[in-house]
Design a protein around this ligand. Structure first.
Ligand SMILES: [Zn+2]
Length: 490
């Protein structure tokens, strides 16, 4: 029997504390595609869509690529952008119906001005459109804040198991393989959501280290039990003031709800018993700068407060200024500042001038610099890296050196530091520096660990500051760790 399977998704991680909204232009500057362009972009990429395509091709299933939109994490999506994206996506889908199933690619932490649970909303609209008999199976980023609406609208959702996310293609494969077994009536999945009264500090979300390593090991053990088809840990995305903010577990059994409930209780007990492990360390800037002298170079310094992958703007100069002030170490930093790029257009390589950079607080900073180069900021990443994307565009860029010897790359488009090609493609070798500053927490580690023997996460201020208790939440669940202590009754 032959099947037709549609692929579609809208993918965004929305930081509700960032005031600049995410617009249609941000999706156009990211990835916004319809039809076969989706397959051309992702067939060989380390992305969940690549894994889905691989399985569908192998099984001889007709692929119906519909729509995929992705933008760099940022503020809430505007209501108009949401309407436009959903309108386009469902217009294309309506033309290709009927299909036997949909493979969906939400992130799980999208918020728009109109819908706090935007993923739950569009998945519910999809369910209404295709009806109860059409299977909906998909993937989630483990930074999803998973809602009941997402679970009710879908048959199966599976999340990446690594952070940095280097298993996105494998996750797409897992989802598509479960779908194939469902189409062949080999399994009847039952999906159970466990919403934990816990928000894990971003700093503690590195899956190769404790506390996450032990949590994932426990889940691996439980997953080997026969009736369990899949267990996904969603670490959660703390920078969203929404009802669903927090960590969750999705347990999928072969129609064995009692078994799922038993597994859920087991995981919840583990979390309640180990809650303090998920709080985070939070080393401040001065302590990190002091430790540089004895650290093996180059040091990867992670700017947790200005984490572009968590929606922060990527223009804080806190770490650059600390290095400039210290005057001892040479650093590389990338800053998003289109106006600063424009300033460099009047100069030739080697020219010296005063550069004005506007930081995350809208404060102007002045640096005496010399221009190294400027040009087009496109590059390609062939290896598995966080985010699974292959093609990146920083817009027009400029590279300058400050009088103190620190190198600043200025970009016109916001981009997360997920690829070392962002440096090496433009002639920048990390070995030239004592310190490489990356605006992230865990995600950049996949790219930088091979060249940086020391990795230091720094508790900097900003829209993604590590201490979530400093944000004013109006909508989160209570009680919830680390805001309150939790017990098995919560
Ligand atoms: Zn993520």
């Amino acid at each position: 029997m032959s099947y037709r399977v549609a692929i579609l998704g809208i993918y965004h991680e929305s930081n509700t504390f960032v005031k600049v909204p995410t617009t249609l232009d941000d999706f156009r500057n990211g990835h916004l595609m319809k039809g076969w362009a989706i397959c051309a972009e992702y067939a060989s990429a380390h992305h969940e869509i690549g894994g889905m395509l691989e399985v569908l091709n192998r099984e001889g299933i007709e692929i119906v690529p519909v729509f995929f939109a992705e933008a760099t994490p940022g503020g809430k999506i505007t209501a108009g952008t949401c309407t436009q994206l959903l309108g386009e996506m469902f217009e294309v889908l309506r033309k290709v119906l009927p299909v036997d199933a949909c493979l969906v690619v939400p992130h799980g932490a999208a918020v728009c001005e109109e819908h706090a649970d935007m993923d739950g909303y569009w998945l519910s609209v999809l369910r209404n459109l295709v009806g109860e008999k059409t299977l909906i199976v998909g993937t989630l980023d483990p930074h999803a804040n998973v809602s009941s609406a997402m679970i009710e609208a879908t048959d199966v959702l599976v999340s990446y198991r690594t952070n940095p996310h280097i298993d996105q293609r494998r996750t797409g494969t897992e989802a598509a393989e479960l779908l194939v077994r469902m189409l062949k009536n080999e399994i009847v999945p039952h999906q159970q959501l466990l919403q934990l009264p816990l928000a894990i500090s971003i700093e503690q979300q590195y899956t190769s280290k404790d506390p996450c390593r032990s949590l994932y090991a426990l889940v691996d053990e439980l997953r080997n039990n026969d009736p369990i088809l899949s267990i996904s840990i969603n670490l959660g995305f703390p920078y969203a003031d929404v009802r669903e903010m927090g960590s969750t577990v999705i347990i999928i059994t072969n129609n064995q709800p009692e078994s799922a409930q038993k597994t859920a209780r087991h995981i919840k007990k583990y979390i309640v018993d180990h809650q303090e492990d998920f709080r985070g360390i939070k080393k401040d800037v001065n302590a990190v700068i002091t430790s540089l002298g004895s650290s093996e170079k180059p040091v990867l310094m992670l700017d947790m407060g200005d984490n572009v992958g968590g929606g922060a703007p990527g223009n804080s100069t806190v770490l650059l200024d600390a290095i400039e002030k210290g005057g001892v170490h040479k650093a590389f930093i990338c800053l998003y500042d289109p106006n600063a790029v424009l300033q460099t257009s009047d100069y030739q390589t080697g020219d010296q001038f005063e550069l004005v950079v506007t930081d995350h607080l809208n404060v102007k900073k002045y640096y005496d610099v010399a221009l190294i180069s400027c040009g087009d900021g496109k590059f390609h990443e062939p290896d598995p890296r966080h985010g699974g994307q292959a093609h990146f565009d920083m817009g027009r860029i400029a590279i300058v050196r400050t009088a103190r010897g620190n190198v600043i790359m200025l970009t016109s488009l916001r981009i997360s530091p997920f690829s070392l090609k962002q440096l090496t493609h433009f002639g920048i070798n990390p070995d030239m520096f004592d310190v490489v500053i990356a605006k992230g927490v865990n995600a950049p580690i996949a790219a930088y660990a091979p060249v940086c023997p020391t990795i230091l996460q720094v508790n900097t201020p900003g829209f993604t500051q590590a201490d979530m208790t400093l944000f004013a939440y109006a909508n989160r669940k209570k009680p919830m760790f680390p805001f309150e202590k939790i017990t098995m009754d919560d």
